[in-house]
Design a protein around this ligand. Structure first.
Ligand code: UD1
Length: 365
């Protein structure tokens, strides 16, 4: 019987951990899973709503760290996680993705000699100004087992000197959640509530510091979104970080008055799935949404200069467009005029069975 602590901290973690915990609960003879929530995200809309939608059991441990600077937040997770780890003494800790909670918990494990597995290992943007890139590199260096979503990730790890025997190509666990919940998302009434017709609207998400923390970049991107909004409704569920900077930078009034750009609260998992799965076009700076749109065949424009998920560009529906407003509008119009341009395919092992492969690998390690 393997005792496993599954760590979640921020919104993009929940849909990666849920399938793993559920698979462990189905194999009661072999796994005793615990869910530990660091509390990096704590708003109902950023956390609780995801536990409900993803049928994730309530956390066994809640560290309640909340928001702070990177150093303070990472340190708080480490300090509060250490006694739990000593008390529970699990066989494995699973960390997912690239948020501060991921690195903090991985570091604590490695110092105490507790085995830690990293799910979504090996992704690299090669942009060290992104906090997530630092979290990815360092988590992968200390992890005992690295579960990768794509072959490029294996190559990145090998190039950084990670021994091959620690690497397991298992596919994309977030797609397990997507495929499981897609039929259920039909029960959401979000499109009706917003009075939107299928394939007649665009969806936007933005929360990267590089895009939303400086008024110059943010205002220019908003200008591009307003232009696109003249052609079709653009729905923008706003992350708390983005909401905060909208008002701090004095941009809130501008968007509040915009008819073309519809600012709404952050959505729970099923409502958001229902919304973007019916969109004609998605514009985002998120990592996960690049992958989800690739699986659903929906054109995605990524408002960043790079991606740690190049397979979504090579094989999927993703285009990296940066933050130049003219380019954003031009690329969006091309999609609206011609539909998805290139052929696309679903990457290998993004098939809904990644959690099972992770459990098999844990049993054999
Ligand atoms: C974090 C992750 C990022 C991920 C994003 C998804 C890191 C370094 N960043 O960024 O990779 O894409 O989550 O959402 O871990 N806030 C709230 N309520 C919450 C959470 C945050 O109001 O529940 C506000 C606070 O003002 C906070 C700010 O959002 O200061 C930023 O939150 P934080 O967790 O530091 O980073 P994110 O920008 O959410």
């Amino acid at each position: 019987m393997l005792k496993v602590i599954n760590v979640v901290g921020a919104r993009p973690n929940f849909m990666k951990v849920a399938p793993i915990v559920q698979a462990m609960k189905r194999r009661k003879q072999e796994f005793a899973p615990l869910v530990l929530h660091t509390g990096q995200h704590y708003d109902a809309a950023m956390s609780e709503a995801f536990f409900r939608d993803l049928e994730l059991p309530a956390p066994d441990e809640y560290l309640g760290v909340g928001s702070a600077s990177h150093a303070a937040q990472t340190a708080a997770v480490m300090e509060r996680f250490e006694p739990v780890l000593l008390r529970e003494n699990p066989d494995w800790v699973i960390v997912v993705g690239d948020v501060n909670s991921t690195l903090a918990c991985a570091l604590v494990c490695s110092k105490l000699g507790v085995k830690v597995a990293h799910v979504e290992a090996g992704l690299r943007s090669r942009d060290r100004t992104m906090p997530e890139e630092i979290n990815r590199i360092l988590t992968d260096q200390v992890a005992d087992l690295l579960f990768t979503p794509s072959a490029d990730a294996d190559q990145n790890l090998l190039a950084e000197g990670i021994p091959e025997e620690r690497i397991r190509f298992v596919g994309n666990v977030m797609i397990d959640s997507l495929l499981k919940h897609l039929p259920r998302s039909n029960s959401s009434t979000i499109r009706e509530e917003l009075d939107l017709n299928e394939r007649e609207y665009a969806v936007v998400t933005l929360h990267r510091p590089a895009n939303v923390d400086t008024s110059d970049t943010f205002a220019r991107v908003l200008g591009a979104l307003e232009m696109i909004g003249r052609r079709l409704p653009v729905v923008f569920p706003v992350h708390p970080r983005t909401r905060k900077t909208l008002s701090e930078l004095g941009l809130a009034e501008r968007v509040a008055g915009s008819k073309s750009l519809r600012i709404i609260e952050p959505l729970a998992y099923l409502d958001f799935l229902r919304l973007y799965s019916g969109a004609r076009l998605v514009l985002t700076d998120s990592g996960g949404i690049q992958e989800e749109t690739t699986v659903l065949g929906i054109p995605c424009l990524t408002l960043r200069e790079n991606t740690e998920r190049p397979i979504t560009v090579d094989q999927g529906t993703n285009t990296i467009v940066g933050t130049d407003p003219e380019r954003i509008v031009r690329e969006a119009m091309a999609v609206l005029d011609h539909g998805p341009t290139a052929r696309h395919s679903i990457p290998p092992l993004w098939d809904g069975h990644t959690a099972d492969r992770i459990l098999e690998a844990l049993m054999q390690s």
